[in-house]
Design a protein around this ligand. Structure first.
Ligand SMILES: Nc1ncnc2c1ncn2[C@@H]1O[C@H](COP(=O)(O)OP(=O)(O)OP(=O)(O)O)[C@@H](O)[C@H]1O
Length: 304
């Protein structure tokens, strides 16, 4: 298994370093054009979200959403939203429905009641075919990467571009090379996913997500179960994608440091409810006892 993203040559990229600086000169023009095209699509997508009372509408929203499994209530009357280009962190202890929320946005699960809007449209009654269109706009980075095990890393990243069928093969190979460089796994295109560490699989999953030119990315626990250096690298990568590509993002995490770094707003789930929705600073000032308990426990586990 490959051990580390950084081979010891040079410093780790910091959160302000331009992503394009990682990309080799031979592929940079093609990658730049690809990213520019994605940015333009994103701007068009933002404009397509209907205004609400003359203000730009949310890109993704939960409106009074409830979800139970059997008699077990996971979410009850939960509302939150994320605006275009913003990052929302979903926080909460284990089992409060964070992953279930992401699965409902992707249309893998349906709410029992309430409305979920993605790209401004109510997706709750959507057919599987319509949901596939939604999944072209919103892509998810799973904890384990969810890469196709039987094909190489390069083929995984090429997959969304080949599926779309609008690019020449030599362009696809250049974009694959550039995206892998950008996410810190340069030159690993020929390896199989099983050759990679958990953190590297996540990096490749992020490259594959970018290859789909999405309007929004959902990250499920991106820094969990990796060593602190890898968690730092992945956190910085997501921060750079946020700052430089202005992708609408939702990040499910227990990691308060990551949330502080990334979140424009946070929603805190507890006991089936969204007990807090607002900025991180507002959350820190919240007098809700469950919020305070979560923040206190975090300080005990992760002293600043
Ligand atoms: N498809 C399903 N069928 C039945 N129960 C489910 C299903 N998916 C999730 N659950 C239950 O819903 C609850 C919330 O699960 P979820 O995975 O969203 O938690 P989470 O907040 O993401 O927790 P963690 O931080 O541990 O990943 C759990 O009790 C889980 O067992």
């Amino acid at each position: 298994m490959a051990e580390s993203q950084n081979n010891g040559e040079g410093a780790l990229p910091d959160e302000n370093e331009p992503l394009m600086e990682e990309v080799s000169p031979d592929v940079a023009p093609v990658v730049e054009e690809f990213m520019e095209q994605a940015a333009q699509q994103n701007e068009a997508a933002v404009e397509a979200v209907p205004d609400v009372r003359n203000k730009p509408g949310s890109y993704i929203s939960f409106d009074h959403v409830s979800k139970s499994f059997g008699g077990f209530v996971v979410l009850e009357d939960v509302s939150f939203c994320v605006n275009p280009g913003e990052t929302l962190c979903i926080l909460g202890r284990s089992g409060v429905g964070k992953s279930v929320s992401l699965q409902m946005i992707m249309g893998f699960l349906k709410p029992d009641s309430g409305v979920i809007r993605v790209a401004g449209e109510n997706i709750c009654g959507y057919t599987e075919k319509e949901l596939q269109e939604v999944r072209r706009k919103v892509t998810m980075v799973f904890q384990n990467g969810a890469l196709f095990d039987s094909i190489t890393v390069g083929e995984n990243v090429a997959f969304p571009m080949r599926e779309r069928g609008d690019m020449e093969e030599d362009q696809i190979l250049k974009v694959v090379k550039g995206l892998l460089e950008m996410v810190g796994v340069a030159g690993m295109d020929h390896l199989l996913p099983s050759d990679l560490s958990t953190g590297m699989k996540r990096s490749v999953a992020i490259a594959r997500a970018l290859a789909a030119q999405p309007e929004a990315v959902l990250y499920d626990e991106p820094t969990t179960m990796v060593d602190p250096l890898m968690a730092h690298l992945l956190g910085n990568l997501i921060e750079r994608l946020k700052q430089q590509l202005h992708l609408t993002s939702i990040v499910v995490t227990h990691d308060m440091r990551l949330a502080k770094k990334l979140a424009d707003r946070v929603v805190f789930l507890s006991g089936g409810k969204a007990v807090f929705f607002g900025t991180m600073e507002e959350m820190e000032r919240s007098d809700d006892p469950t919020v305070q308990e979560f923040l206190t426990l975090d300080e005990l586990v992760m002293p600043a």
